[in-house]
Write a protein that binds this ligand. Sequence first.
Ligand SMILES: CC(C)(COP(=O)(O)OP(=O)(O)OC[C@H]1O[C@@H](n2cnc3c(N)ncnc32)[C@H](O)[C@@H]1OP(=O)(O)O)[C@@H](O)C(=O)NCCC(=O)NCCSC(=O)C[C@H](O)C(=O)O
Ligand code: MG
Length: 307
Amino acid sequence: MNRTPHHHPLRLRRSVLSVPAINARALARSPALDCDVVLFDLEDSVLPEKKAEARAALVAHFATLDRASGREYVIRINPLDGPDGALDLEAVLDCMPDAVLLSKVSEPQDVLTVADWLSEAGADDDRDWGPRLWAMIETAAGLLNIAAIAETGRTEGGRLDCFVVGLNDLRKETGIADIPGRPYLAPLLLQVVVAARAFGLDVVDAVFNDFADAEGLEAECRQGRQMGFDGKMLIHPAQIDAANAVYGVTEAEAAEALAIVAAFAAPDNAGKAVVTIAGRMVEKLHADQAERLLARVDLINERKRTA
Ligand SMILES: CC(C)(COP(=O)(O)OP(=O)(O)OC[C@H]1O[C@@H](n2cnc3c(N)ncnc32)[C@H](O)[C@@H]1OP(=O)(O)O)[C@@H](O)C(=O)NCCC(=O)NCCSC(=O)C[C@H](O)C(=O)O
Ligand SMILES: [Mg+2]
């Protein structure tokens, strides 16, 4: 098994805003929004009879995008076993997004099929481009197969980069209740986080449907961060600030990280694997964590500069 803690460069994925490709006003608004990732949706927010129109709108929209903005552009496609998946992939070739989000991934083959298709398309294409793959985990089978999906997507073809949890579909299929605090869903969410981390993937928490409930959203963002998620999938611009704040880095966290890095760099602590800071044991692994957090601060500051 080929496992590494993080197999790709650090990326900001605090706020992943879904923008229905069929909604011209939302498309027009999206470049000015402060989300880390714009996720253009061709799946559930587009009616079957509007899919072709949505694909055409998306291709036109990508022609206008500022690709140097530093944020990630992702396209969510329909499942490949339906009538639209293959047509969506053709549109992906025209758009050249940073990543493709596969909906309703239930087994490793779902990822491999798209990875192979993209590799074959890339072989006939002289453009220097190849998208990463993201996978929606939102079926009972997907949860049961989560480790195999992570391992295969990560090692074979190597394009898999990020999981996104889809609780609307999962609740629909399983009957698990939609209760504040997500008591019965929490074990499943943690299962996705652990599988992602075992194979060096990022992992994004599910949407919060009640976009008028700012307090509920903030609580769910906090819960997601405590569970280990990197960010939250969002459905409305009003949700962006809360996700960026909760999944950001506080001044106290940054100060603590600086103190840990400084302690290990101090000449008195040279050669030590363990030091004491303010009465607390701090190990080298905490210094690694602190350095990663400080790199995240740099990325957030960079994002502010380019916004
Ligand atoms: C939920 C909405 C249908 C609400 O839309 P609306 O009533 O238009 O909201 P507002 O009037 O408050 O909108 C204010 C302005 O903001 C723009 N807007 C709204 N949403 C977005 C957006 N997502 N991206 C960009 N801009 C947006 C409106 O256009 C207004 O601007 P203007 O027109 O200039 O006045 C709507 O928010 C919406 O459709 N949201 C996204 C829905 C979606 O993407 N669904 C799929 C993702 S959810 C999912 O995947 C679940 C998962 O699969 C699972 O299983 O759990
Ligand atoms: Mg879904």
